[in-house]
Every structure is written in C-alpha cells, then in structure tokens.
Ligand binder design. Structure first.
Ligand code: FAD
Length: 658
C-alpha cells in the first residue's frame, strides 16, 4: 500500500459555501473536531456570488407573511413535487437562521423603521428576501467565516492552536468518500470512514479519516455550455455520493435561470439577478412588447396581472393588485424567453430585452443594483441606467441531488454520509424559487452538522478506512498521467496503444451535448442521442491524459472532474428521458403537459455496478440504474393550507378523495 498522509477528524465537511460552513459551525459547536475542505480558495463558492437575497417569512414588509405562506409558495414553485417535510422545515426555520446571522455580525439592508428590509422575487407572494444590496451572498459568507474565526480563537485560548477543533483545507479536492469495506474488496458500501483528497497546488494526496462526512459541494452547471456556474461546479458531491453507494433523486430537474448575459460571447451565461425584475425591471421582445402577459399558465392565472397597468400598480399597492408576470417562477419565464427567441422576436444576440432604465431613476438603480450596474458596464459596455440589457436563459441550479432524510440530512444507504445545500435533492421539487437556496443552505446546513456530530459521537468504535480503497483512489487519480498506455477496450480492442484524449476537448463536447440535447426543451430522440454521446465520451474520458507533473496542473484536475460530470450528466439524461411529462425545470416537447400521476413519482439514480467500474469502459452499458419511488402523502394539516381547487391541479382524484 502506498504511503498517504492521514489525519483523524470527527466530522469532515466537503465544501465551504453556505451549507458547508453552517454545517461545520454546528458540528464544532457540538464539540466535534471538524475539518472543512474546499476546492477553491476559502470564501470563493457560489454562495458568495448570490445576489438577490435570502427568503424568510419575517413579515417585515408585509405582516401577512408567515411560514405557512412561504411553504405554500415553495410547493407551488416546485409544482408539488417537493419533499414536503423539507419544504416545511425550511419555511419554519428560515427566519431564525436569518436572525442568527445578525447575531453573528451580519447587517442586512433596513426598512425606514429599522427592520430587516425584504424584497420581491418571482413566485413569493409577499416581499420576502432579506438582502444586502445585490451582494447578499457576500455578507452571508463573510459572517459565517467570521463565526469560524471566532470559534478558532476560542480554541487557541483553550488548546493553544487555532485549528485544534476546526480546520479549513483550502484548494484541496475530494475525489472519493471512503467507506468501511464490507467484503474486503476495493468497493465497500459500509459506513463512512473518511475522504480521499489531493492538494491542488502540490498534487499531494491525503486522507481525512472521519466517521461522518457532510457533502456540501453545490451544483453541476459546468456540464452545460451556457451556465452561470463557475469552474468548481462539476457535480463532485453528486458523484461522490453515487460512488459511495448513495442514490440521487430528481436529477431531471435542472433550473435554467431566465436571465443570463448573452453578449459578448466571453461572458455568455453570467447571471443577471432576479432582483432586477423584483425591483421593477420588465422583459420586452424586439417589437417592444411586454410578452410575459402572453405566457401566464392556467395554474397561476388568478395570481398574476392581466394588464401592464395592473402589474405596475402592484409595486405600489400589492394588496389591491396582482403581480406582473415577469415575476412568475423561473421555469415559466425561461420557457417564455426561449419561445420568443425561437419565434424570431429576439434581440440581436439571441436574447430578449430586460429594462430598468425606463422604470427607475438612475440613482435608485445604482443604489439597489450596484453589482448589475458594474457588471454590464465592465463586461458589455452597457449602461443599465440608460439602456436595456440583453438576456437569455442560462443553466443555473440543480434541483436534484442526494436522497436525504428531511430531518437529519442523512444520505440514504450509506451510514455516516450527510448532504446539505444544492447537492441535496428534494427540497425544491421540480423548480426552486429565487432566494430559497440561501435559506436552504442555512436550515439544512445546520441540521446536517448537528446530526453528523450526533452520529459521530454515538459510535463506540470508529470505522477504519479500507487500505484497498485508498490504493484504488490513488491509482484512479494518477491514471491521467499514463493515459496513452491505457489499452482501449472499445473498437480498437486487442491491446492497441491509443493516444490520450484532451480533457478540455472532452469537456467542450460534453457541454455542447448537454446544452443541445438535454437543455431547456427536451425530446425523446435527442435524449437517446445524448445518452449515446455520453457513453462515447465516458469511454474516451478514461483516456483523458495530461502532460507534466502534479504541481498545480489544471488539465489534470479537469481530467478527474470529467468522471463526475459524466456520471451526473447520465443521471440527468436518463431521468429526463423517463419522465414523460413537463414540470418545473423539465420540459418535454413531446409531452408538454403536466401529468398529475407523475407528481408523486421520484426518479432514483443509483450506480449500476457498485462493485467496480467495469461498465465505465463499455459504451453499450450505462453506469446508472433508474428506479421509481413514491413520495409519502403530504400531511393533512399542510394540505389544508391550499384551496381544494388548487390541489386538484396537482393531485390525482384518488389522492384528493383520500
Ligand atoms: P456552494 O456555495 O456552491 O459551495 C460549494 C463548495 O464546495 C465550494 O467551496 C467548492 O469549492 C466545494 N467543492 C465542490 N466540489 C468539491 C470537491 N470535490 N472537493 C472539495 N470541495 C469541493 N440563491 C439564492 O437563494 N439567492 C440568490 O440571490 C442567489 N443568487 C445566485 C447568483 C449566482 C451567480 C449563482 C451562481 C447562484 C445564486 N444562487 C442564489 C444560488 C446559490 O448561490 C447556490 O445554490 C448556493 O450558494 C449553493 O450553496 P452550497 O453551500 O450548496 O454550495
């Protein structure tokens, strides 16, 4: 067995975004020695990029708001496919998590009378997003980091070392969650025993031993060509869970945010926050028409304005008017923009126009949307106080993820594995409402940390990492350095030497395939084609090769990430092919209607061959096995929060009569 450095911890948290940091704080406060590991610099995570705000029914801007209304909006946004218990816990606990941040030093924007200000967002009945301008995520991460520093200062006083009970490993990547081997083979599916990691700068391998691992690795956007996600988001946590033996659910639901930048090409996909519409921005096509009025679906008709005048009045008088359709949930707006562009009514660069310049004075725009003003000026030479922006859909968020227990965030199937934040599935159903991610991170990050700590403390004996697994993880990580020598098992079988594949070219092909074939509008024939291309890419990715050495070698890092993106992409494509209806972030051209019989069905993805990776080399075989599972019936008191007429749009007659 190779020599790999090992360190023992009680809880290892993979990811230092909002979910990871909140989990780490909780685990450390429960007395556990906690390690946090993150792929990029500490503080650089998607959470820090969050702009619009954090959803919590504090009732500051409208006293009628409460957790029940927030729960209702979340279920409507997710088209009732949400794990309802998660949606309930989230709505109940979000206000406490926001208050808690203020006790740790956060300072949200204020109303005139000194309360936390709350802004409108799509799908939220009342203004509900606590915010700090359009840089809310920055304040959230800054506060959580500050809390971590204060805990480390306590440890320095008590133990003489800042990282005695809470240590951050930055610019380090986890490639495998280790488990206790059941059979003595390299693929165990027993209890968690730690994580196999490499340091990006030096290429050094190390193992963090721990009985509990919390996955908080965020999203999968880098599998798509046009995305708001940054380089780290290669679906690592999703793949780590699968490889350790934990299933994923709802992977067909991928959110395409309606408003990403479309020009210039170098910035295509970068997010334009929903706050622009929340604060009064409107969408127009090339004829100057506010087209969203033509796209209000039946399920939302009663709640949205029918005329521009009514929509505009709503900003001043929300009690007597209905909201403008620019504030429909994201899936509806993204599809509408897609249709306008397809119908030839798009902007010169293939988007539509988003305008605040005619809606607010310049100084208000600069005060309320400083990042957007800066972003467009710097990146596109557009002054949003004087001219409209060009925007179009961009892959933004994955609703699917690790199948977790709602209360404890424990992953099914692998004792000691927990997941929180974007990597966990269920909470948002088929479509997430804006602002519901930041609150999700805090609510379930805390729960994951708490239960991981309880689990670790409850063990009489710590599971030992399996040496065979460590060896296998090391060999897997080193494979890109000897890719040329790898024997092809495909068409050129027979021991021929085949050239290595360029990881960047493979990545581009993958992104193009996912964008074109499993994107915002899906068709059966295209998804079959996607699965074929993914299978081919998977075989070629086993020969992804790099030159040079292990010291800071981004090509090597990408070669390793490809495994994860391919696994996750197959989950998305297989589940999207299976679900023959359109709902939230899954639109089928060939099955355009929402089907009530599909509502309670979760598609579960598992590794087809958990004992090895033999299938990965064979293009004829998929790596993912799909099964169906029903969501438990929604609790009666929660159902009673809705009118029966509304429920009839989502639930089958049989469910209703029950
Ligand atoms: P992240 O914050 O994404 O952090 C993931 C962490 O995991 C990172 O530290 C990363 O380095 C680490 N990691 C990943 N893989 C590995 C690995 N293999 N090994 C080690 N570490 C790893 N949501 C809202 O609610 N409101 C908003 O206003 C909002 N605005 C947004 C704006 C933008 C531009 C984007 C991209 C997203 C926005 N979202 C918003 C969504 C929200 O920010 C994310 O869903 C959320 O931050 C995810 O948080 P997380 O803690 O799950 O993961």
């Amino acid at each position: 067995m190779a020599h790999v450095d090992r360190q023992a911890w009680d809880v290892v948290v993979v990811g230092a975004g909002g979910a990871g940091l909140r989990a780490a704080i909780e685990a450390r406060e429960a007395g556990m020695r906690t390690a946090v590991i993150c792929k990029s610099l500490f503080g650089k995570a998607h959470t820090v990029m969050a702009e619009g705000g954090i959803a919590a029914s504090m009732g500051n801007a409208n006293e009628h708001d409460n957790w029940q209304v927030h729960f209702r909006d979340t279920m409507r946004g997710g088209k009732f496919l949400n794990q309802w218990r998660m949606a309930e816990l989230h709505a109940r606990e979000a206000p406490d998590r926001v208050w808690e941040l203020e006790t740790w030093g956060a300072l949200f924007d204020r109303t005139a009378d000194g309360r936390i200000s709350q802004r409108n967002f799509g799908g939220h009945e009342y203004p509900r997003l606590a915010h700090v301008g359009d840089r809310t995520g920055l304040e959230l991460i800054r506060t959580l980091q500050q809390k971590i520093v204060s805990l480390q200062q306590e440890d320095e006083k008590e133990f003489g070392a800042y990282d005695a009970r809470l240590k951050v490993f930055q610019e380090c990547t986890v490639t495998r969650v280790l488990t206790e081997s059941k059979s003595g083979s390299a693929a165990g599916s027993g209890r968690v025993s730690g994580a196999f990691c490499y340091e990006r700068e030096s290429g050094r391998f190390f193992v963090l031993e721990a009985p509990a691992v919390v996955l908080a690795t965020g999203g999968i956007g880098k599998s798509f060509k046009v995305t708001s996600n940054s380089w780290e988001y290669t679906g690592d946590g999703h793949a780590l869970a699968l490889l350790a033996g934990a299933p994923l659910i709802n992977m067909e639901f991928v959110q395409f945010h309606p408003t990403g930048m479309v020009w210039p090409p170098s910035v295509k996909g970068i997010l334009v926050t929903e706050s622009v519409r929340g604060d009064g921005g409107v969408l127009r096509n090339s004829d100057g028409k506010r087209f969203m009025f033509d796209y209000v679906p039946d399920v939302f008709k009663e709640k949205y304005a029918e005329t521009e005048e009514e929509g505009d009045r709503w900003y001043e008088d929300p009690e007597s008017n209905r909201r403008p359709p620019e504030l429909l949930p994201r899936d509806e707006v993204a599809r509408a923009i897609n249709s306008e562009v397809k119908a030839g009514r798009g902007s010169p660069h293939g988007g539509v126009y988003l305008d605040v310049s005619t809606r607010m004075p310049a100084e208000v725009i600069i005060r309320r949307l400083p990042s957007m003003h800066h972003q467009f000026k710097e990146l596109a030479d557009v002054d949003i106080t004087a001219e409209p922006m060009e925007v179009g859909p961009t892959c933004h968020y994955v609703m699917g993820g690790v199948d977790v227990d709602p209360d404890t965030a424990a992953a099914h199937g692998v004792p000691g594995l927990f997941a929180a934040g974007e990597v966990a599935g269920g909470m948002h159903g088929s479509n997430r409402l804006g602002g519901n991610s930041l609150s999700d991170l805090l609510v379930f990050g805390r729960r994951a940390g708490l239960h991981a700590a309880e689990y670790a403390a409850s063990l009489a004996e710590r599971p030992a990492p399996d040496p065979l697994q460590i060896d296998a993880a090391e060999a897997e990580a080193l494979r890109p350095f000897s890719a040329e020598d790898t024997e092809d098992t495909g068409e050129a079988a027979g021991g021929d030497r085949v050239p290595a594949e360029n990881p960047y070219a493979l990545h581009q092909e993958l992104q193009q395939a996912m964008n074109d074939l499993v994107g915002i509008i899906r068709k059966e024939s295209e998804m079959f084609e996607a699965l074929k291309r993914l299978a081919d890419l998977r075989v070629r990715a086993r020969r992804a090769g790099v030159e040079g050495h292990r010291q800071y070698n981004p090509g090597w890092h990408l070669s390793l990430d490809l495994r994860n993106m391919l696994l996750v992409s197959e989950c998305v494509a297989r589940a999207a092919l299976e679900r023959e209806e359109s709902r939230g972030g899954h639109t089928r051209d060939d099955h355009p209607a929402m089907d009530r019989h599909w509502r309670k069905i979760n598609l579960v993805c598992e590794l087809a061959d958990p004992q090895g990776d033999s299938r990965a080399a064979d293009p004829a075989l998929g790596q993912i096995r799909l099964s169906r599972r029903e969501t438990p019936p929604i609790r009666r008191d929660l159902l009673e929060l809705f009118e029966k007429d509304e429920l009839a749009k989502y639930l089958t007659d049989e469910e209703l009569s029950r």
